[in-house]
Design a protein. Structure first.
Length: 151
């Protein structure tokens, strides 16, 4: 399975916010959004990745982008992860049905967790840029997102 390609329209999906409300593809309308797919809350690389992106969140906003973290962790795990890290990046759960959104975006690992991937979606819900790390242990730097936004 490979990550959704630039030029493709975002598939229909439904994720859960930490208040248990739905987040669907319509939430992407009118904004440039970066979906940050990560394997596991509280894992070392995921912790580093979200901390890194939080440090430059103002720069992403200045570039016109809104970031969302997406994992197959439960809403409660994501909420605890966000609070523990002190990050403001909204976390979206693909817990039930497990991995359905990750599968639709081509990033569901055979082990039932998201590959480490980045997907930039334009205001029209068309994928502008995408990236999948060679392994879940690879941390994609913030410059990769800035390059994707500029592409």
């Amino acid at each position: 399975m490979t990550v959704i390609a630039p030029g493709e329209t975002v598939p229909s999906f439904s994720l859960k916010r930490d208040d248990d409300s739905d987040f669907t593809e319509t939430e992407l309308d009118g904004n440039t959004s970066v979906l940050v797919f990560y394997p596991f809350a509280f894992s070392p690389v995921c912790t580093d990745q979200l901390n890194l992106y939080e440090e430059v969140l103002d720069q992403f906003a200045a570039a016109g982008a809104v970031l969302y973290g997406v994992s197959c962790d439960s809403v409660w795990s994501q909420r605890a992860f966000k609070e523990k890290l002190g990050v403001t990046i909204e976390q979206l759960s693909d817990f039930e049905p497990k991995g359905a959104t990750c599968r639709a975006f081509g990033v569901l690992h055979a082990g039932g967790f998201p590959e480490r991937a980045l997907v930039i979606v334009g205001p029209d819900r068309v994928v502008k840029w995408s990236y999948q790390a060679a392994s879940p242990g690879e941390l994609p730097g913030a410059n990769l997102i800035f390059d994707g936004l500029a592409a």
